[in-house]
Design a binder for this molecule. Structure first.
Ligand code: C2E
Ligand code: MG
Ligand code: MG
Length: 762
């Protein structure tokens, strides 16, 4: 906001004060009238300037200009006589005050709070109240004093009610906002001056004040016009129409104005008595209309209140996205069911439905598509179950169905199948069709067992996880043993958190042999966990859990440093050659940690091992789920000089394309194919293809899980140059490595193994 434009507004205020003072000082009525006309008409050019400077819209400009013109018109018509003597002059003032209301509404419309209907209801109450007062005190006074019951007087009686609406709107305008910029105060001040002028005139007309008092009334209008002009020229005039961020509800001020307009007429009616039958009828009818309007207003207020309450309740019980009942309602329904007893021919059942890989949809198609999926699935589930079943959305992609009336266990299973079948048809999204599957957990509700609603939902949830483990897109039924499995997993999870601190983790190492030289050229570090009670947990069991819970990050960092420190020691102690390498397994969670390259670099520095001696073994999952991230991390690792091996090669889906896309230097042929390479022609041809492909890409190749000489021979014939496996050595503790390597080197090459260095590429 620049200072210059605001200054113009202050100039108007100063002129206004000066002219008002001049008006008050002038003893000649003509001068006062002249000042008044100037003040009223300056509004037109001023508003046009405001239009240019402040871009005020046309409607308030036209209406406020009309106010000035109409009042001047009234002044010209009535001259020095009271306004009510000329019906035309009265019509002019009525039009003027209506324009004022219209202009005010046009100006503040979009900032008015909430349902504007209630505001108009209140405005009507204020107007009616003012009318009653005006009739009893003003119109009756004029009638009595002048014995003049003309149309003009009655019409003139309407003037105060209309201008009370202005007062009311001013109050709403002021009270319903959190911030009140200068322009709003100026508008309110202008209206206050205007009202004071009106009141003075009303008192004069009702003969409560002498005619001389009008020398004070006119200057008040002068002030009103100039302050209003200043408001329009003020930069903050825009604030008036700006919608309020959180409009205040029915404010206390509004209530005060409304109740006052109810009480005052009652007091006035009680304090004055009717002059004649017409007066009595008008008072009676007016009071009747006022009470009708008040009743109506109260009824609508009560109604909108209870509607708001119902909406609130609905919101608290409904999932806003799908419109389904939420968790709270589902638990309530199950609890209701548990409280009732049911016949033995009923098998109430709970189904837990969870979408498979829903995250992929959100990640690849966006959240809008994800929402569409959730809504469509909700609709389909509702259609797939009996009308009296309850379908709820618990959160994310989890739905729960309660069928309280299943006839038998078989019927419940049929329902579960129907829920799965819901996903056979593709979902038609705005971006095209997608296939989504789900895993369904089924839990029977047993009337005798002392289970809570939460327990039952957890049972169904456990069964659902079972279905996920079984390969997804299927169903599983809850039984007690599942609970034990879950409890066991929980115990492992908890123990794993402390395993590192308690030094329960250690690394075993498996040598990797070069088939041509017969030398041990490297080692793979494999984690072992010996719990406090002596039980040894296999990495196949605890690594996935560590991965799920995130503990793999600290554990993996520890393994990296420990393995490299071990290699340094072996090299230094002459256990292995200085060029022997260390392979460390890295899980997807570690790889997606942006800090990972820094962790690797630090481990290399701390152990004093050169980067080319480290192989990181990764699996393809992260390259598929988060290809960009994987590529970025692998590039950073490459720039450190570290090499990367693709572990368990051949078991995934898209290994081939990955080899071209990602900076990999080694593939490890999975145990599953090595196992069959000697006897199974399919496995053999697959391994042949893998080797040929790896060679053509210049990759290093290691066969894992070699258990027989035969396998080793075939692998060697096919051109594989390195191997590890139980045949060569089991993974052994670090202190057993010296003897293991010595034994292997004594052996030289495996007896009878002919190493084929010229294996065909195809
Ligand atoms: P992997 O990286 O594919 O490791 C090879 C697994 O095959 C090891 O199982 C090893 O003991 C086993 N193995 C080696 N030679 C033979 C053989 O001739 N026959 C058979 N049947 N198996 C053989 P292990 O030690 O139980 O490890 C299982 C998996 O756990 C590893 O598979 C790896 O994915 C993961 N893992 C182990 N240690 C770590 C670690 O420190 N960090 C991470 N992230 N994962 C690890
Ligand atoms: Mg490995
Ligand atoms: Mg492997």
């Amino acid at each position: 906001m620049s200072k210059e434009p605001a200054r113009l507004s202050w100039v108007y205020l100063v002129i206004g004060v000066a002219l008002t003072a001049a008006g008050l000082a002038a003893s000649d009525a003509t001068i006062r009238d002249g000042v008044y006309v100037v003040a009223a008409l300056q509004v037109i050019p001023t508003l046009l300037i405001a239009r240019r400077l402040r871009n005020v819209s046309w409607r308030p400009i036209i209406l406020f200009s009309a106010v000035g013109v109409l009042y001047v018109g009234e002044q010209v018509i009535s001259g020095n006589n009271p306004t009510y003597e000329s019906p035309l002059a009265v019509i002019f003032v009525l039009l003027a005050v209506t324009s004022l209301v219209g202009g005010l509404v046009a100006l503040v419309r979009s900032s008015l709070p909430g349902p504007t209907r209630s505001i108009w209801g209140d405005a009507l109450i204020v107007a009616l109240g003012a009318w009653i007062i005006s009739w009893a005190t003003l119109v009756q006074s004029i009638n009595q004093a002048t014995d003049n019951r003309s149309v003009g007087v009655v019409l003139y009686g309407l003037y105060q009610p209309t201008s009370s609406v202005v007062l009311f709107l001013t109050v709403v305008l002021l009270l319903n906002r959190h911030q009140r910029p200068p322009a709003i105060w100026m508008v309110a001040t202008a209206l206050a001056f205007n009202m004071s002028g009106d009141m003075t005139y009303a008192m004069i007309d009702a003969h409560h004040l002498g005619p001389g008092a009008d020398r004070f009334a006119l200057p008040m209008y002068v002030m009103a016009y100039f302050v209003a002009s200043a408001a329009f020229l003020h930069p903050s005039i825009h604030e008036l129409g700006r919608p309020q961020p959180s409009p205040k509800p029915d404010s206390i001020g509004r209530l005060l104005v409304t109740t006052t307009s109810l009480l005052l007429p009652v007091v006035v009616l009680a304090a004055t008595s009717p002059n004649d039958p017409t007066d009595r009828i008008v008072r009676f009818a007016s009071a009747l209309v006022l009470s009708a309007v008040v009743t109506l207003r109260v009824v609508t207020a009560v109604r909108s209140n209870s509607k708001a309450q119902a909406e609130l309740l609905h919101g608290a019980q409904t999932d806003p996205l799908t419109g389904l009942p939420n968790r709270v309602v589902m638990l309530q329904k199950i609890n209701e069911l548990l409280r009732t007893s049911w016949d033995s021919d009923k098998h109430p059942t709970l189904f837990f439905v969870d979408l498979d890989r829903f995250k992929n949809i959100n990640d690849s198609l966006g959240h809008a598509a994800g929402d569409e999926v959730l809504v469509t699935v909700a609709r389909r589930l509702v259609n797939a179950v009996p009308a009296d079943a309850v379908v709820a959305r618990l959160s994310g992609d989890e739905y729960v169905v309660l069928d309280a009336h299943a006839k038998s266990q078989g019927a419940a299973m049929a329902s579960a199948e129907r829920l799965l079948a819901v996903f056979r048809e593709p979902l038609a999204l705005s971006q095209g069709d997608v296939f989504v599957t789900a895993s369904v957990g089924v839990a029977a509700i047993n009337p005798t067992a002392s289970t809570t609603a939460e327990d039952l939902v957890r049972h169904a949830d456990t069964a659902m996880y079972r279905a996920k483990d079984a390969g997804r897109n299927c169903l599983a039924v809850y039984d007690e043993s599942m609970h034990e499995r879950v409890a066991h997993r929980l115990a492992v999870e908890t123990a794993l958190y402390r395993a590192l601190d308690r030094r329960e983790l250690r690394l075993f190492h498996q040598p990797i042999l070069d088939l041509q030289s017969g030398d041990v050229v490297g080692f793979e570090a494999l984690m072992r966990w010996q719990q406090a009670d002596g039980t040894i947990v296999s990495p196949a069991e605890f690594i996935p859990i560590a991965e799920d819970t995130g503990t793999i990050v600290p554990i993996g960092s520890w393994a990296l440093l420990d393995a490299l420190t071990q290699l340094r020691r072996w090299i230094d102690e002459g256990v292995c050659s200085p060029s022997a390498t260390m392979s460390v397994n890295v899980s997807p969670r570690q790889l997606s940690d942006t800090n990972f390259p820094a962790i690797v670099s630090e481990a290399l520095t701390r152990s004093g091992v050169s980067p080319q001696l480290l192989w990181l073994e990764i699996t393809e999952s992260i390259m598929i789920s988060e290809p960009e991230l994987a590529l970025a991390t692998l590039r950073r690792l490459r720039s450190l000089g570290v090499r990367v091996a693709l572990d368990d090669f051949g078991t995934g889906y898209s290994s081939l394309s990955l080899l071209q896309k990602f900076p990999l230097q080694r593939i490890k042929i999975d145990r599953a194919f090595v196992h069959g390479v000697a006897d199974n022609p399919n496995d053999r041809s697959l391994v042949r293809t893998i080797i040929a492909m790896g060679r053509s890409l210049g990759l290093d190749m290691v066969a894992e899980g070699v258990e027989s000489v035969h396998q080793l021979q075939v692998l060697s014939d096919l051109g594989c140059t390195k191997a590890q496996g139980f045949l060569i050595s089991h993974p052994v503790p670090a202190d057993a490595m010296r003897s293991t390597v010595a034994a292997l080197e004594r052996l030289g090459q495996f007896p009878g193994l002919r190493v084929n260095t010229n294996a065909p590429v195809n």
